[in-house]
Design a protein around this ligand. Structure first.
Ligand code: ATP
Length: 356
């Protein structure tokens, strides 16, 4: 399975006025499962189509291992791609649809049969193999389409563009774990595009977060959650996302309004405004007078069953605290918030510049 290397690869659809993908240098390492995560319009599909050869980038070069493929059409790249909507031969049976990519490459019949049965068993399609594809519902058709992308074991990479959009939510959990199983088995280099953080975090070895056509951070799910390098990663990952508050650095003290919330860790940072970020999971509600602490007014409580979300205001800035279920906080009460030192980060121009 190939390493896929981008060297300064960027794409503009309007002759360079705007960049759907800003020039990017990046390597997708062979045999790993990646999620490419970001909101609608951030350039995920553009990047995927550049890898597959459906788009020739405006600038830069792309390599599969040491072979340059920048101008090579899709057919010459040995890629399997699954699109957001099912692409099937509707009059063919499910079996024939799954077998098609293998027959096309003259794989021996017995091996085709073995592979089709293996993939269909894993994806729960074994009892519909003889059915015509058009007789399946949209969710099942999408699973067949996914199967077609996964059926070849010898590919440089498998590219999946939101492959579970019309599958019902309960089925998605099952399919993600099956997909992991298939990936463990084949060791494909896999790039999975999604705007859904749950999909990205449950599935990938590494998550690459894209914003406005640029990679802002890549890492294992826990790293993105515990150590966001960019405000956007703080917001976009986590449910709810990271709390952000304007703060001020004076010497090594970090202040929100008049209250000290802690000291900067490591090097002393230049004085001036910063934004302070802390996830709802790590904010603690403490007794008054416990220093450092921030007075916050409780505005409401969401009882989520497994946990509570306590909504507060620090001045005019909302801070959400995730607590155990059945908490006794009351709306309008004033509580004190503590931001733990190893879980609170400082940002300037959206980029992390330090921590408490
Ligand atoms: P989505 O999740 O909605 O598919 P995305 O993250 O995949 O979004 P892209 O589809 O790559 O994003 O689009 C990135 C930017 O490029 C968007 O601003 C989009 O409007 C623009 N764009 C995409 N395709 C074209 C095109 N064929 N012509 C002009 N602009 C395009």
């Amino acid at each position: 399975m190939a390493d896929i290397r981008l060297e300064g690869v960027g794409h503009s659809y309007d002759g360079g006025k705007t960049w759907a993908l800003k020039p990017t240098t990046w390597t997708w390492r062979g045999s790993r499962a990646y999620a490419l995560l970001g909101p609608s319009g951030c350039g995920k599909t553009t990047l995927l189509n550049i890898i597959s050869g459906l788009i020739t980038p405006t600038v830069g070069r792309i390599f599969f291992d040491d072979r340059e493929v920048t101008g090579v059409p899709t057919a010459g790249r040995n890629i399997a791609q699954v699109f957001q909507f099912p692409v099937l031969y509707e009059e063919m049976s499910v079996y024939d649809n799954l077998a098609f990519p293998l027959r096309n490459r003259k794989v021996p019949k017995q091996e085709i049969d073995q592979r089709v049965r293996q993939v269909s068993r894993l994806l729960g399609l074994d009892h519909v193999l003889r059915r015509r594809s058009r007789r399946l519902d949209a969710g099942r058709q999408q699973i067949v389409s996914l199967g077609r992308g996964l059926v070849r074991s010898q590919v440089a990479a498998v590219l999946l563009d939101e492959p579970l959009t019309v599958v019902d939510p309960a089925m998605k959990w099952t399919l993600r774990s099956k997909l992991k199983e298939i990936h463990r088995d084949t060791g494909h280099t896999l790039v999975y595009v999604t705007h859904d953080q749950t999909e990205a975090l449950t599935f990938a070895d590494e998550v690459v977060v894209l914003k406005d056509g640029a990679i802002v951070q890549a890492g294992e799910p826990a790293e993105l959650f515990l150590s966001p390098a960019h405000e956007f990663v703080g917001h976009f990952i986590g449910s709810p996302g990271m709390n952000m508050l304007p703060a001020e650095i004076a010497g090594d003290v970090v202040r929100v309004g008049q209250a000290d919330v802690g000291r900067t860790a490591g090097e002393v940072l230049p004085p001036g405004p910063v934004r302070i970020g802390v996830r709802p999971e790590f904010v603690r509600i403490t007794a008054p007078g416990n220093s450092p602490g921030l007075a916050a007014q409780v505005t409401g409580i969401d009882r989520m069953g497994a946990y509570d979300l306590v909504h507060t205001l620090v001045g005019e800035h909302p801070v959400i605290v995730k607590t155990d279920a059945g908490s006794a906080y009351e709306p309008d009460a004033v509580e004190f918030l503590h931001f733990p030192a190893d879980r609170t980060f400082l940002f300037r121009d959206e980029v992390r510049c330090g921590s408490l």
